[in-house]
Design a protein around this ligand. Sequence first.
Ligand SMILES: *[C@@H]1O[C@H](CO)[C@@H](O)[C@H](O)[C@H]1NC(C)=O
Length: 297
Amino acid sequence: MRVFGLLLLLFGLCGSGAHGEGGGLGEVGEISQFQKTAPRDADEESTKQTTEQTTTDIWGEVRALRDMVVELKVELRNMKARVKDSESQVKDLKAELIVTKVLVDLLQKENSVQETRLTVTESITSDLERKNADLQIRLSSSEYELLVSKSRIDQLEREDVEIPKVAFYSALTDAGNVGPYKTDITLKYSKVFTNTGDAYNPATGFFTAPVKGVYSFQFTVCGNHKGNMGVYVYKNKQRMMYNAEWWANAGYEYLSNSVVLELIAGDEVHLVLPAGFFVFDNLNNHSTFSGSLLFPL
Ligand SMILES: *[C@@H]1O[C@H](CO)[C@@H](O)[C@H](O)[C@H]1NC(C)=O
């Protein structure tokens, strides 16, 4: 019975929620009047008392409930306001999200453009690096060639400075026969054609080595009548070579030879007519003596 009444009361309260607090109280009053007309006997009287007591309690509870409901309504209103706020915030956020998405799309597009540019730049860079390496190889090979050329030029300059130019060529005389004499005589080749370095002296017939080196000498001896023809080759006072021929006929006879000698600076080479020998020359330069420095040592 109490439970039923309480439910009815709650029902009434909820139903009158829209009309305000006053409406709710009025309905509760009607229910309590219906309960007062119900008692019949003592039991009923006792029950009536209990009921009244209960009713009083219920009223207290109802009031508490009403207050609670009022509080809940206020809270509900607040919550509704908060929900509305939240909804509008959600809307704002959604709009913001859309904007953000658009921005992200834009950024992604820009990113892909940048990536493409980067790829192009990288390929250009690697191309340039390859070209650079190629140039460096060419440069180092050029540098090497330059070094070789420089060393060759240095060598040539050294040779040009250090290697003396020594060569002579001479013929004996225009005077015809020389000899025979009772003693050996030095042949003075007086007609000088070439005397680079002035190492040959036509006044003495001596060749003097200007530097240490290997020298080459050639000579031709001519005979034009019966008798011994020939020459000695001397290095300083030392005889190096004897060339001789017995010529029994008329007309020209020639004897040629050559010698290669290692000389030091100041060494002398000359040709000697042996005692009893003759040699012929005239304007035609039949008898000649020549020599040159092959290379220094
Ligand atoms: C011999 O040498 C002279 C220079 O001394 C020259 O004029 C002449 O032509 C030469 N003779 C021959 C046949 O070459």
